[in-house]
Design a protein around this ligand. Structure first.
Ligand code: 75Y
Ligand code: ZN
Length: 261
């Protein structure tokens, strides 16, 4: 109901603060990560990802991105270690991308953007009963961010791009069983971590961000498939190609970015 948010001129990131005042808060995401200013922290151990292929459920177009959702009724697929005190359960993953190769990611590294960014969204099921409750708690969510840069075809991304024609329009969804997101990880899990927020409304300041230093490589052809998606529903008049669904970097304020060893 009412005027919804988007990525256009009138309803985009610069307008979100009107309906979501936390947009101007003290721990907003994404940020520009400056490696030389990140603090190497020896107390930061490695992260561990245990993803079970049987937990993927469906792939859908929510009008903002393409989302793969997971069964989060137990701890089969979790992230743990690193800055996290508990295991966090995988809930969904989705992407952000641009219309050309040099921009599309949400986080930037020393001012440099990537073509796209993958977000694997996890929630603290030890402390909170539901994802929705965790999504409003300061330590409720852990999002793993992975940069995508342009190069050769990614050998497994086709499993996602092959399904995109079935979720072209906002509100469409289809089965997506047996997918293990482990195949989308880079070889090295070194990371930066900081306290931030959801990068789309409601912009809750509930995310422990873990951004991997190593990117994965996908081809322009594969990324181009994401641009076949539409922001709009099938019945909507104007065609609205889904691209540039990224929020620009937000003020770091009093935060510290830490670096794994
Ligand atoms: N881009 S991001 O920071 O990873 C980001 C991550 C997540 C959400 N929102 C949600 O997960 C909303 N949501 C619920 O509350 C229940 C299911 C669901 O999708 C928004 C942004
Ligand atoms: Zn995201």
């Amino acid at each position: 109901t009412g005027h919804h948010w988007g990525y256009g001129k009138e309803d985009g990131p610069s307008a979100w603060h009107r309906q979501y005042p936390v947009a101007k808060g003290n721990r907003q995401s994404p940020i520009d990560i400056i490696p030389d200013e990140a603090r190497r922290d020896s107390s930061l151990g490695p992260i561990f990802l245990k993803y079970d292929r049987c937990t993927s459920l469906n792939i859908s177009n929510n009008g903002h991105s393409v989302v793969v959702e997971f069964n989060d009724s137990d701890d089969r697929s979790v992230i743990q270690g690193g800055p996290l005190d508990n295991p966090y359960r995988l809930k969904q993953f989705h992407f952000h991308w641009g219309e050309k190769g040099c921009e599309g990611s949400e986080h930037t590294v020393a001012g440099i953007g990537y073509a796209s960014e993958l977000h694997l969204v996890h929630w603290n099921a030890v402390k909170y009963k539901t994802f929705e409750e965790a999504a409003t708690a300061p330590d409720g969510l852990a999002v793993l961010g992975i940069f995508l840069e342009l190069g050769d075809d990614h050998r497994w991304l086709h499993m996602i791009t092959d399904a995109l024609y079935m979720v072209k329009f906002k509100g469409s969804s289809t089965d997506f069983k047996g997918f293990n997101p482990k195949c989308l990880l880079p070889s090295n899990l070194h990371y930066w971590t900081y306290l931030g927020s959801l990068t789309t409304p409601p912009l809750h300041e509930s995310v422990i961000w873990i951004v991997l230093k190593e990117s994965i490589v996908v081809s322009d052809k594969q990324l181009g498939m994401f641009r076949l998606l539409q922001f709009s529903g099938e019945e909507d008049g104007q065609r609205m190609r889904m691209e540039n669904n990224f929020r620009p970097p937000q003020p770091l304020k009093e935060r510290l970015v830490r670096s794994s060893n």
